[in-house]
Design a protein around this ligand. Structure first.
Ligand code: CA
Length: 407
């Protein structure tokens, strides 16, 4: 049987991202996406493609042990898959053993995430939020241009695409009220982000330099950092995000490797003033990745509400990792580092409803006359991301999450 890869597929032969899937017949295991199929890597390495490492890593319900083999193995393995696909040597009988239709599979979290950190690395987003919540004249706090600001998030509530969430409940202080109230959040929001997955352990006490950072990054996913703005606003001083953030965070199920994104390297924004030596870097350290957010109300069509790009991010991933470890904090395989909301320079590129509706002061138009200020019950938020250069396309697939009413 011939493998047909649709034109414009996110999962072209140039991509080969890794994830964890299951079907009624197959326990959760490692796969690689190609077109509308998943390659079962345990089956593939049985008799399709011979490997020198222990192929039982592909029967784990997480990619951690595969990633731990190291880039000197995983990078070559991805290339070998590409060669195998080009040769099309499988028999008709074997096709259904090697290739599983994506529509018949369940996707799971790709890695066991030990720790999760969320940066705040978009200057447009930080400026917008600073203007709304603090002082339009001094929107950025004094530290912002000198270090990549971040907080430690919660890993237990990270979910893959397709898992529904319930509107969170919590404590808020309504405008003009004298005491707080408890109930469902009224200002539920998405944050358009990406995240990178750590591919190599570091030691406690060890600093990772900007030059070494790339060897510690396995790949990237799309990331929706759900936020309850009313809970957040009341709780966040002085220690920062807590219950307004940790009720759910959604990620796309396929980890796109840094090698697949290599052709899309581009410059980062100019940094002024000059950063400290440990944050300086060489070469092009960003990637041209188009990012989109759509909202789909119940029984309605999707409406595109945001188009942004990863390349707008002020602090690049190598700087983020160098800063994260400058005090000797260690990182472990499977740790996830969120970018922070990736807003762009103009209004159509704002990566949250907070910014798109400017704090709820204006409405965001959806198709068919619908409008939103924040996310309503039974809305589905869909994020997409892809890099394209002529016929070369590498994408992340859909990140979809539906919001059900509060329990
Ligand atoms: Ca965030």
């Amino acid at each position: 049987m011939k493998l047909i890869i649709p034109e414009n597929s996110d999962f072209s032969i140039d991509n080969i991202p890794f994830g964890i899937f299951s079907t009624p017949e197959r326990t959760p295991r490692a796969g690689a996406a190609i077109g509308e199929y998943i390659i079962d890597l345990f089956e593939l390495t049985n008799d399709g493609l011979k490997v020198d490492f222990d192929r039982s890593v592909f029967l784990d319900p997480a990619l951690n042990r595969f990633i731990a083999l190291g880039k000197n193995i995983t990078v070559d393995f991805r290339i070998d898959i590409q060669k195998w696909l080009k040769q099309s040597l499988w028999s008709d009988k074997d096709f259904n053993r090697f290739f599983v239709p994506q529509e018949s599979a369940n996707m799971h979290l790709p890695v066991q995430i030990g720790d999760y950190t969320d940066f705040y690395a978009s200057i447009e987003h930080a400026t917008n939020v600073g203007m709304m919540f603090r002082d339009p004249e001094n929107a950025l706090l004094p530290n912002w241009r000198h270090l990549p600001v971040a907080y430690h998030g919660r890993a237990s509530s990270i979910i893959p695409s397709g898992v529904n969430i319930h509107r969170p409940k919590g404590q808020t202080m309504p405008n003009g009220a004298e005491k707080p109230v408890y109930g469902p959040s009224r200002l539920l929001d998405f944050e358009l982000e990406t995240a990178f997955i750590i591919g190599r352990n570091s030691d406690l006490g060890q600093q990772i330099s900007t030059g070494e950072a790339a060897s510690y990054i396995f790949g990237m996913v799309l990331f929706n950092d759900w936020s309850a703005r009313d809970i957040q606003k009341w709780e966040y001083v002085p220690l920062g995000p807590f219950l307004g953030k940790n009720f759910a965070s959604s990620i796309s199920p396929w980890i796109v490797t840094m090698e697949a994104l290599e052709p899309f390297r581009t410059d980062t924004p100019k940094q002024e003033p000059e950063v400290l030596p440990y944050l300086q870097f060489e070469g092009q350290n960003s990637y041209d990745i188009e990012l989109q957010v759509s909202i789909q109300a119940e029984n309605e069509e999707e409406s595109l509400v945001c188009r942004s790009n990863f390349k707008y991010m002020y602090w690049n991933m190598c700087q983020q990792l160098a800063h994260h470890t400058v005090n000797g904090c260690n990182v472990r395989i499977g740790d996830m580092m969120g970018s922070g909301t990736l807003s762009g320079p103009d209004e159509s590129a704002f990566g949250s409803m907070l910014e798109l509706s400017w704090g709820g002061k204006k409405t965001v138009a959806l198709n068919n006359g619908l409008q939103r200020k924040f996310i309503e019950d039974n809305d589905t938020v869909i994020m997409r991301g892809f890099s394209q250069n002529g016929n070369l396309r590498v994408g992340f697939g859909d990140l979809k999450t539906k919001v059900l009413p509060a329990l």
